[in-house]
Ligand binder design. Structure first.
Ligand SMILES: Nc1ncnc2c1ncn2[C@@H]1O[C@H](COP(=O)(O)OP(=O)(O)OP(=O)(O)O)[C@@H](O)[C@H]1O
Ligand SMILES: [Mg+2]
Length: 319
């Protein structure tokens, strides 16, 4: 089996509440189909209220689907909830710890729930507390930790049962830049070295772009598009642009760049080159220009971002 997650025609409707229908029913997921390959990092990207958390909650077994099915490593999340739980773990940026227990006590509590032998749990917890810079605060009441520190503890909790599928809802929300970066690197390491499958949600398109092998763009409960970051970008724009100015401008360099670019034009004294991918073509272009004795005074790049993709596909931004 190559799939970690297989979702078919999944719909989730939160029923309406109150007389006069004060809280009308909400279709949070609308006929979602999704496949996540084993060992990959998969991103769910979408604006507030898109249905990301709802989808993760269904996979984590804390919400029931209205219709449709979801399987984790071939186990149905409703009928085989126990198997699914032993193979996965779930962590949310916003979530709580037992405030009157220390990080270490919180983690030991979860390790016990997961059935870890005590000595293994203590060693694992100590190593992870050290890695995430929590060693000094390991025995402090969790109520005294900042939200970023609590978030690190919650991430450690998700790793205690060595899950094969890790579900992370906004794992770096509100964290300092350095610890967010560290967590991203750790997520990559888990995927590459432990072959863990990771499904994460985020508003942060740069994070998703950097981390994810595949992305589903979701809006109003529907999947808008699925693909690798590059495939999604190619959907909205066939090219990226490179804008170069020269301090010794002498002649038109376009003729000897023909084989390296899709198109070249001059705009406001700068050479604008259209290429299919800046990263893979910039080196050859610069070498060619330098070999023809052009002195480059500035370089500007215009890359397609996932924000462009989202704006293009939904007509609005991610916030
Ligand atoms: N318990 C609930 N009862 C009723 N409606 C809900 C409930 N939870 C979520 N919703 C609604 O379902 C839709 C999807 O919400 P969800 O939390 O899944 O979105 P999200 O993509 O995670 O958003 P965010 O980026 O803000 O976290 C929203 O319209 C939301 O208001
Ligand atoms: Mg959410």
């Amino acid at each position: 089996m190559t799939l970690a997650v297989e979702i078919k025609n999944l719909t989730k409707i939160y029923p309406g509440r109150g007389i006069l229908n004060k809280a009308p029913a909400v279709t949070a997921l609308d006929d979602v189909n999704l496949e996540i390959k084993k060992g990959t990092i998969y991103g769910l990207l979408g604006p507030n209220g898109a249905g990301k958390t709802t989808l993760i909650h269904i996979l984590a077994g804390v919400l029931l689907p209205t219709t449709g099915t979801a399987e984790v490593f071939g186990h149905d999340v409703v009928r085989k909830a126990r198997e699914v739980r032993s193979l996965s773990n779930y962590g949310a940026g916003q979530g709580s710890l037992f405030w009157n227990l220390s990080p270490k006590e919180n983690l030991l509590y979860y390790a016990k729930l997961y059935g870890l032998p005590n000595s293994e749990a203590v060693e694992k917890i100590n190593n992870l507390l050290e890695f995430f810079g929590l060693k000094e605060r390991a025995n402090l009441k969790s109520a005294y930790l900042s939200s970023g520190l609590k978030q690190r503890v919650k991430l450690i909790k998700t790793l205690l049962n060595d899950p094969k599928l890790l579900l992370l809802d906004e794992p770096t929300l509100g964290l300092d830049v350095d610890i967010a970066r560290k967590i991203r690197a750790y997520i990559q390491e888990l995927s590459h070295e432990k072959e863990m499958t990771i499904l994460l949600t985020s508003h942060n398109m740069y994070e998703v772009d950097e981390l994810c092998d595949e992305i589903a763009l979701i809006d109003k409960g529907r999947i808008v598009s699925i693909g690798t970051p590059d495939e999604l970008k190619k959907q909205v724009s066939e090219f990226e642009s490179l804008e170069l100015s020269f301090s010794n401008y002498d002649g038109d360099p376009s003729s000897f760049l023909d084989d390296l670019v899709l198109r070249s034009t001059f705009r406001d004294g700068a050479l604008v080159l259209h290429v299919s991918d800046i990263d893979s073509s910039i080196d050859a272009i610069l070498r060619r220009l330098l070999s023809h004795k052009f002195v480059i005074s500035s370089i500007n790049t215009r890359r397609t971002t996932l924000e462009d993709v989202f704006l293009n596909l939904t007509g609005r931004g991610l916030k």
